[in-house]
Design a protein around this ligand. Structure first.
Ligand code: NAD
Length: 243
């Protein structure tokens, strides 16, 4: 008997990085999992469904399709997100709107579409992916940090609103994680290997967090061992926040 036997999950941004690691972990522990992604190419048993969390029509159709295919939805992993660099002077209003639309309203849209299914589940849980950027005051990340701070507040509000319906809502705050996202950032550097070494040297542990380590925290919060936990955030940041 596995922890997630008989349960169903949707993971936004589930075709890469933290989302893919989470989808794979949940599936390995017995869940049937759909990955809702702009580029939904995943290997079975994962099910890929085309979805844009920035488009309400798209995400509603994808959630409906996932619920039909999986036979309901017990777990929602709101993971899809995009980055933004710079100070408040570097990004204009249109860019602020675009990144908030994906990172914050994307979670709102997905949650709204999934709530009718979650209400029918006796194991309902939502896990949102925030970031250390929400709490650490990182330089050159004003817009991104603001979106991830909003994810923390949204998590608390959702936890309060849906506690009486038996729906738990928590979030994880990853530190710099070794995913294709970070790979793309490093690839833009003049010397990617040196940049990677510098990034690792900034971590208290001397290494990046792995996508699997973040996935393990998400699975814990989504699963029965966390049945008494709602409205919390769990840092998976190699000690960055505390040190
Ligand atoms: P990634 O780029 O490897 O994967 C992101 C996935 O989201 C991709 O498959 C992409 O296609 C999908 N996606 C992007 N926009 C989408 C949209 N509009 N609709 C649907 N799918 C969309 O990124 P990752 O590093 O795995 O990051 C995942 C989450 O973790 C993000 O929310 C990110 O902010 C957060 N995070 C990442 C790090 C890190 O260092 N990698 C640290 C803290 C938090």
């Amino acid at each position: 008997m596995s922890e997630f036997d008989g349960l169903t999950a949707i993971v936004t941004g589930g075709a890469s990085g933290i989302g893919l690691a989470t989808a794979s972990l949940l599936a390995s522990r017995g869940a049937r999992v759909a990955c809702l992604d702009l580029n939904p190419k995943v290997e079975p048993p994962l099910i890929g469904i085309l979805a844009d969390v920035a488009d309400d029509h798209s995400i509603r159709a994808a959630v409906l399709s996932a619920a039909d295919t999986l036979g309901g939805i017990d777990l929602v992993i709101n993971n899809a997100g995009i980055g933004a660099q710079g100070t408040v002077e570097d990004n204009d209003d249109a860019e602020w709107a675009r990144v908030f639309d994906v990172n914050v309203q994307g979670m709102v849209r997905t949650t709204r579409a999934a709530l009718p299914y979650l209400r029918r589940s006796s194991h309902a849980a939502i896990v949102n992916v925030s970031s250390i950027a929400a709490t650490a005051g990182l330089p050159q990340r004003a817009l991104y940090s603001a979106t991830k701070g909003a994810v923390l507040s949204l998590t608390l509000a959702l936890a309060a609103d849906h506690l009486h319906e038996g729906i738990r809502v928590n979030c994880v705050n990853p530190g710099t994680a070794d995913t294709p996202w970070v790979g793309r950032l490093l690839a833009k550097a003049a010397d990617p290997a040196a940049e990677r070494a510098a990034l690792e040297a900034r971590q208290p542990t001397g290494r990046l967090v792995s996508a699997d380590e973040v996935a393990a925290a998400i699975a814990y919060l989504a699963g029965p061992l966390a049945a008494a936990t709602t409205g919390t955030s769990l840092a998976v940041d190699g000690g960055m926040q505390g040190l």
